[in-house]
Design a protein around this ligand. Structure first.
Ligand code: SAH
Length: 382
């Protein structure tokens, strides 16, 4: 890959300039250092590690000649660095950002200035389905007042018919968090659909959805295969997002419960169960640690527990309750292998043994590593 000119300022691709083979080797070595006594599964790399990001953000600013440009915020600064192309973002999404940037002047969409708190368009946030190819455009704005809205929508759709929904998201907060709380759908349903591992998913703007759908299928297939489901198991999918893992696993399980903190994601998950005609799954909107404590107290048991926490990992409350519930298998999917080691060590002290550890490359050209660890209760190994 040719070296990106703004790599340092952007900070997104820390492994710029390294061959992909080297990156994969280094990531596996990193995991091996975290697990010195384990024989790791061969690392699952991408065949084509470019343009995998199906979720793209852009910020806007005006240059000295009063021309609007799009780009990214320089780390720890309010300065927008111009970005014309990116090797890891999906191509069509990048083109849509360019189109919107060019259209802004005509439709009086002033770029938002964080220091002065003036202007209208703060970010554009885009998501694209992998199989469906549907695109969601979220315009993050400082006000819902957008007089040229209809003409803007018409022209944007004419230029990019792949766009299936457009959402206005209000964000006036003094923060680097892209999305605000309030939204108005101005075109389409406010969702996109996508298909992963043969299941259909409806995704709304504020629910978590993996950024690399090609590799997500690889990750999910591996994780579910490692759970050894036979159709008879009761399964718990914690930190379930829009229900992806639980829904795919429900085809090979007796019953599944999904738990997730984000209410929007749970709404998507419930809808997704209906879309896929799955009657053996239900979803609960709750902090996963609270759910685990309550379930352990009421002697609820599961055969298999999936856990896929954020980078910070899980909690002692979660893990101690998990140990009390004593599922035969725990499949721990992590985007933070260091916190995963910490959590898995807790389980190893409390009766579990490691079956397999599998690295998957979800984020080529970045230092992020995804890792699946499968554990079994020591006394249940056949
Ligand atoms: N398994 C899903 C989501 C993984 S990302 C997928 O593969 O798509 C982690 C998820 O954990 C996010 O959806 C986030 O909203 C959720 N989350 C974060 N903290 C949580 C908590 N304390 N309890 C439950 N869910 C939480």
């Amino acid at each position: 890959m040719e070296k990106c000119k703004i790599a340092k300022l952007c900070g997104g691709c820390q492994l710029q300039g390294q061959s992909y083979e080297q990156q994969v080797k280094d990531k596996q070595e990193y995991l091996q250092k975290l697990w010195p006594n384990q024989r790791l599964q061969p690392f699952l790399a991408m065949e084509d590690p470019y343009h995998y990001r199906h979720k793209v953000y852009a910020a806007f600013a005006m240059d000295k000649k009063k021309q609007t440009y799009s780009g990214i915020f320089q780390a720890n600064s309010h300065k927008v660095i111009a970005k014309d192309c990116c090797d890891i973002e999906e191509m069509q999404l990048q083109q849509i950002v360019q189109t919107i940037t060019k259209m802004m002047k005509k439709y009086r969409m002033m770029p938002y200035d964080e220091d002065k708190e003036t202007g209208f368009l703060r970010y554009v946030y885009l998501r694209k389905g992998y199989v469906s190819q549907e695109v969601m455009v979220v315009l993050v704005v400082s006000s819902f007042v957008f007089p040229a809205k209809n003409a803007f929508i018409d022209e944007l759709l004419e230029k990019h018919p792949c766009i299936s929904t457009i959402v206005l998201n209000l964000n006036r907060r003094h923060t680097s968090i892209v999305l605000g709380e309030k939204e108005k759908v101005i075109y389409g349903s406010g969702h996109i659909q996508d298909t992963l591992c043969g299941c259909h998913f409806q995704i709304s703007s504020r629910s978590f959805y993996q950024v690399n759908p090609r590799q997500t299928e690889v990750l999910y297939q591996k994780a579910i295969e490692m759970a050894n489901l036979t159709g008879k198991e009761t399964v718990l999918d914690t930190y379930c997002g829009i229900g992806t893992i639980g829904l795919i696993a429900s085809k090979q399980a007796k019953e599944v419960i999904g738990v997730e903190l984000n209410q929007e994601a749970i709404k998507d998950a419930i809808r997704n169960a209906k879309i896929n005609h799955r009657k053996n799954i239900r979803f609960i909107a709750k902090d996963a640690s609270v759910y685990m404590q309550e379930a352990a107290e009421h002697q609820v048991t599961f055969d298999v527990v999936f856990m896929d926490p954020p980078r910070t990992g899980s909690t002692v409350e979660f893990l101690s309750s998990l140990v009390k519930m004593a599922p035969k298998r725990v499949v721990y999917i992590s985007c933070g292998p260091d916190t995963q080691v910490r959590d898995v060590k807790y389980l190893l002290k409390h009766g579990y043994v490691i079956q397999k550890i599998q690295g998957v490359d979800m984020f080529p050209f970045t230092r992020h590593v995804e890792c699946v660890a499968v554990l079994s209760l020591e006394n249940t190994i056949q």
